[in-house]
Design a protein around this ligand. Sequence first.
Ligand SMILES: [Zn+2]
Length: 284
Amino acid sequence: MSHRISRRRLLGIGVAGASGAILSAAGLTYLLRDPGGEVIVIDEADPAARPRVYVATAATPSPTTPPTPRPGFEPRPAWTSQLLAQVAHSGPTDQPLVGLTIDDGWTARDEVLAVLKDRKVRPTFFLTGRAIANDRDFIARALDGGCEIANHTMDHAWLVDKSKAYIQKDLQDFEDLVRSKVPDATTVPYMRPSGGAINQTVIDASAELGYRPILWNASTGDGSTSTTPEQMVRNALAAGPGAILITHFSGRTVAALPGIIDGLRAKGLEPVSLTALFQGSKPG
Ligand SMILES: [Zn+2]
């Protein structure tokens, strides 16, 4: 008694099965050792028959689509050391994109994240280690939410009166924290000094570690505590194509974000991460 197993069926099993899967069909039991690999066929109608082994490796592999990079883990711009040493205030202006950056993380972290998820926006968070000291798992939640995490240093110190060694440790400590929470994540190549305070030492120290200082050319103006959410929306909507917009984690930003996002979209501008901004890619 002979049974033939067709190539199509082997392929079908290879696609459907997981390692060690057992499938039954037409009196036959198929034991699949590896998807697409060795298949043992047992003829249930003839218990004395020897199990037959088919090796499916000769099967034509089905076409595969390249994996979509996980949001927050897309390939970053490959900047030369020369470009790393050029402070960025904006991105390319030939795409209708605005780099949305949200800083610090002292308060309202998950509330901000909820608004972003609701409106399918994946910005860049310049988190600082000190602000999230009691909620370091926010790093994983933010990445899970598709957001990008950039380096706003561990201690949020005023860097312009610090040594190169201090600045590099402050950056590296935060990078290490991010990696300790999500091993395949990185904050490279985006750093932002506390208060936007920058000098040549900050630039050189950052560039040596692969970071480009990222400032901004559009702001909600929330650095002033008297700025209302309505004013924040108006300020943000002054952003044009290629702008880098800054705001901070706070209840006011939670209140302003829907108006900012909807307002930018009404102007034909999509708020995106720095990686999407600098790569000119469309939001997914
Ligand atoms: Zn800050």
